[in-house]
Design a protein around this ligand. Structure first.
Ligand SMILES: [Zn+2]
Ligand SMILES: [Zn+2]
Length: 276
């Protein structure tokens, strides 16, 4: 079995969809997960994946988090990530990497849940540290390394907020995750020829139907199918995985058709609990 797997936990966007949790995926090396983003429902997806036999690890193994940016669809699951695995028995602090502002966000969450925390520590057999997080601000370059993985970041362009793309280099795979971003000069060189490129996308075909104000927004902070096809031609990923898909009424097959119109490499449209 491959040492490294990519588990899609949530492929959703701010637009609530019945079958998609908020943004979140796990890169696992020897069943040790490294979580990227934590939108709504991501911890629940871990429980579901475990129950379905899709993964061999569980919520208590969620100890490393890499946040692409602070939009709610990527971070609203943070309280769940801090407190639920703790109640399940996690003893280690979470080590969380992300943009400036993540530390404040985590501290505010800890304050908001202080009644819960004090009660659990005094009345339950919970470890004193399993709900805490050691938050580290990310800069472009190598952000983390252990004996399973090296993690690199580069700046994404997602409007007026700090945002990052991440590259995970493991013993048997290189996986690049775009995060939310419009195409960035230099990204193709940075990402070059990974085994898997996980990239956000919106439908070029449906873009014209969007209200002008939303067109102005999406075209400056996200990536269209046409733009992604051009990027993929430069990057040559072993597999292109579409996620954070803004369908706007189109289907996965439609998006794959839009990409495939000018890109001939292997491409799939992610669903929650897919494993690559
Ligand atoms: Zn998003
Ligand atoms: Zn965003």
């Amino acid at each position: 079995m491959s040492r490294t797997q990519l588990v899609i936990l949530g492929s959703g966007t701010p637009n609530a969809e019945a079958d998609r949790a908020g943004s979140g995926l796990a890169i696992t090396v020897d069943d040790c997960p490294y979580l990227v983003d934590c939108g709504h429902g991501v911890v629940q997806r871990v429980v579901e994946a475990r129950a379905a036999g899709i993964i061999n690890w569980s919520t208590v193994d969620l100890t490393h988090l890499f946040v692409t940016h602070l939009h709610a669809d990527h971070t609203v699951g943070l309280p769940d990530l801090l407190f639920t695995p703790w109640i399940h028995g996690r003893e280690e602090k979470v080590v969380a990497f992300g943009p400036r502002g993540l530390k404040d966000m985590v501290e505010h969450i800890q304050d908001a849940y202080s009644v819960n925390t004090h009660e659990h520590i005094s009345a339950h057999p919970a470890s004193p540290g399993g709900f805490m997080a050691d938050v580290r601000a990310v800069q472009a370059g190598q952000v983390y390394a252990d004996d399973r993985v090296r993690v690199y970041a580069t700046r994404a362009d997602h409007g007026d907020m700090e945002a990052f793309s991440y590259k995970f280099v493991t013993p048997d795979k290189t996986i690049v995750i775009s995060g939310d971003t419009k195409p960035v000069a230099g990204f193709a060189d940075w990402a070059r020829a990974p085994d898997i490129l996980v990239h956000e996308v919106y439908s070029s075909a449906q873009f014209a139907s969007r209200p002008p104000a939303w067109q102005a927004y999406h075209s400056t902070v996200h990536t269209s199918t046409e733009e992604l096809a051009d990027l993929a031609k430069e990057i040559h990923p072993g597999l292109l995985v579409l996620y954070h898909q803004l369908f706007w009424g189109r289907t996965a097959a439609d998006l794959l058709g839009e990409i495939g119109a000018s890109y001939e490499g292997p491409v799939v449209s992610a669903n929650d609990l897919d494993v690559f």
